[in-house]
Design a protein around this ligand. Sequence first.
Ligand code: ATP
Length: 269
Amino acid sequence: MSGMTTAITPTPKVAAMNETKVSARDVQVYYGDKHAIRDVNIEIRSRTVTAFIGPSGCGKSTFLRCINRMNDTIASCRVEGNISIDSENIYDPKVDPVQLRAKVGMVFQKPNPFPKSIFENVAYGPRIHGLAAKKSDLDDIVASALQKAGLWNEVKDRLDSPGTGLSGGQQQRLCIARAVAVSPEVILMDEPCSALDPIATAKVEELIHELRENFTIVIVTHSMQQAARVSQRTAMFHLGNLVEENDTDKMFTNPDDQRTQDYIMGRFG
Ligand SMILES: Nc1ncnc2c1ncn2[C@@H]1O[C@H](COP(=O)(O)OP(=O)(O)OP(=O)(O)O)[C@@H](O)[C@H]1O
C-alpha cells in the first residue's frame, strides 16, 4: 500500500437518522465507450435502508459499486462526477480504497465465504485493519459481529468449522458478519437474497431491519416485495438514469414518474 494514501476520516460520527450520508453529484460511469450511468444525483440518508430497483441492465449494480470504488477493479470502467461520504470526496486521490471498503462494506449476490473457518472469515478484516490488540479482543469482535448477523447461536460451538460448510442462508449471514466486523458505516448489498430460499431470505430481511439502527444500508433488489418490505427510500433506475428517488411508501403507491409506475406494475423489466 502506498504511503501517499490516507483513510478518509477514521472516527465515524454517529449520524442521526435521515442525515445525508452519501451524496452523489453528476455521476457518469463508462465501460469503455459504453455510457452505463448518466448524470446521477442522489442523497442517501444515514441509518436508512435505500433500495435500488429497475429492469435488468439499468445500472443498479454499477452505481452501487461506485459507492465503495469497487469499479476501480474493472479496467474498462471510468467514473466521473463526485461521490462523498460525510462530505468527503471518496474519489480524492488521497483516499485509500482499501480503507474506504472497510468503511463501506459489501455483501454480494452469491454468498462468498473464504475457504477458512467460520472464525477466520470474520476475524480476517479486523486483523488486517489492526482493530484488535490482542486475541481476546479479536474473539470479542468476532462474537459481536456474529451476534449482529443473527448467526451466533447457530455457530458458537463450531467456530473452527469451515464457513463453506454452512447452509446458503447461513453463509450469507456469515458474509454479513464479515462486513459488520470492521465496523463499517455503510453496507452495500447487491441482491443479497437472490440465491436464498424464502426462509433464509426472511432471516436476512429481518437482519437488514435490525442493522439499520446502526448502519446506512443500500440494497439492490429485483423483488418489488423485498424493496417494499425492507426499505424506507427507493431509487428507480432505467437505462442508466435515476428516474426517481422517493419514500418507499410513495414509490409503491403513487410514484411521480410513469416509468416507475410501469415497472412496479410489471409492464416492463
Ligand atoms: N464489467 C462490465 N463491462 C462492460 N459492461 C458492463 C460491465 N458491467 C456491467 N456492464 C454493462 O453496464 C450496464 C449496467 O449493468 P449493471 O450490471 O450495472 O445493471 P443492473 O441494473 O445491476 O443489472 P442486473 O439487474 O441484471 O444485475 C449494462 O448494459 C451492462 O451490460
